[in-house]
Design a binder for this molecule. Structure first.
Ligand code: HEC
Length: 103
C-alpha cells in the first residue's frame, strides 16, 4: 500500500502546480498587459525629454492635436515610427495623461 500513497500524493502536487501556473498566466498575460503604445513610447526614449516636460492636457487640447504633436516629435527625433505606431503612442498617452474624447 505504501507505493500507491506516494503516487496519489504526486498527482495531487501536479494538479496544484498546474493550477498555479494557469493562474499566473491568466493574470499576467491578459489583465495587466501593457498598452502596445507604451512599449513603443519606452523603446524610442520619449522620456529622455518628457520626464522633465510632463505631458500636459492644458497644452495639447484635443486628440487630433495630440496625434500631430507625437508625429512632430517623432520626425524631429528621426525615430522613423510608422503612422500607425505614432497613433498607438498617441492612444497610450491619451489613455494615461490626456483623456480627450477621440472624435
Ligand atoms: C529632444 C527632446 C524631446 C524628445 C526626445 C521628445 N520630445 Fe516631445 N516635445 C519636446 C518639446 C521641446 C516639446 C514642446 C512642448 C513643450 O515645451 O512641452 C514637446 C511636446 C510634446 C507633446 C505635447 C506636450 C504637451 O504638454 O501636451 C507631446 C504629446 C510629445 N512631445 C510627445 C513625444 C513623444 C511621443 C516622444 C517620443 C516619440 C517625444 N515627444 C520625444 C521635446 C522632445
Amino acid at each position: 500500500m505504501k507505493p500507491l500513497k506516494t503516487v496519489s500524493n504526486h498527482s495531487t502536487n501536479l494538479i496544484l502546480i498546474s493550477s498555479l501556473t494557469l493562474g499566473l498566466f491568466s493574470s499576467t498575460s491578459f489583465a495587466n498587459a501593457p498598452h502596445p503604445g507604451k512599449e513603443l513610447h519606452d523603446s524610442v526614449n520619449c522620456m529622455k525629454c518628457h520626464a522633465a516636460k510632463p505631458y500636459d492636457p492644458q497644452k495639447t487640447t484635443s486628440y487630433p492635436k495630440l496625434v500631430k504633436t507625437v508625429a512632430f516629435c517623432n520626425s524631429n527625433l528621426n525615430t522613423g515610427l510608422f503612422e500607425d505606431e505614432v497613433e498607438q503612442i498617441a492612444d497610450y498617452l491619451n489613455d494615461t495623461y490626456y483623456h480627450h474624447p477621440k472624435e
